[in-house]
Design a protein around this ligand. Sequence first.
Ligand SMILES: [Fe+2]
Ligand SMILES: [Fe+2]
Length: 207
Amino acid sequence: MGKEIYEKIEEQAKPYLDTRCNEIHVSICYGMAERLLSHYPDADPEVVLPAILLHDVGWKMVPEEKQLSAFGPRADDLETRRIHEIEGVRIARRILASLGYQAEKTEEILSIIDGHDSREEALSLNDAIVKDADKLWRFSQVGLEVDVKRFGVDRDRYMRWLKKRMSGWLFTSAARDLAYRGLADAGMPTKDEADDGDLPGDGQGLP
Ligand SMILES: [Fe+2]
Ligand SMILES: [Fe+2]
């Protein structure tokens, strides 16, 4: 399948991505997904790439003042986080149907979107790659700066928190390599200071 279909999906996703820095989030995640796909030839780009392009369209249905309680190190609003998944499935279904996307792949894409944040395990290699590409945003230079600012956290401390959580979030070894590289490029302090990886006021946070 040519690249044009992904451009068409992206075009239809765009109106839903102008919130929560999602245009840049999704474009960085898309690049990460392409890099991961190059390591895992058994994964299916026709599932992974549409799922990444559409995974966060549901945030558009969540008022901006509620978004920050539903993701990040201090988040605790599981219900709002769940809403963005449910709305995402609804919107993605409509977009993929309007493009006549293959039915079986559509169902797999929708099941990935449905649990992309709330489901802790990966259903398949395709799902693992989508989950990892989504989380790798945090380890990209742009993602790191955006998150430090919007979460109002100390940069070095946030990086130590990411490093501590990384192994619980990432499924593939290629993603772990990219995450380590991202932290090193961002100047991750090499010495591990006393275990202060939890941010002030942080329970578990919502990945
Ligand atoms: Fe999400
Ligand atoms: Fe995301």
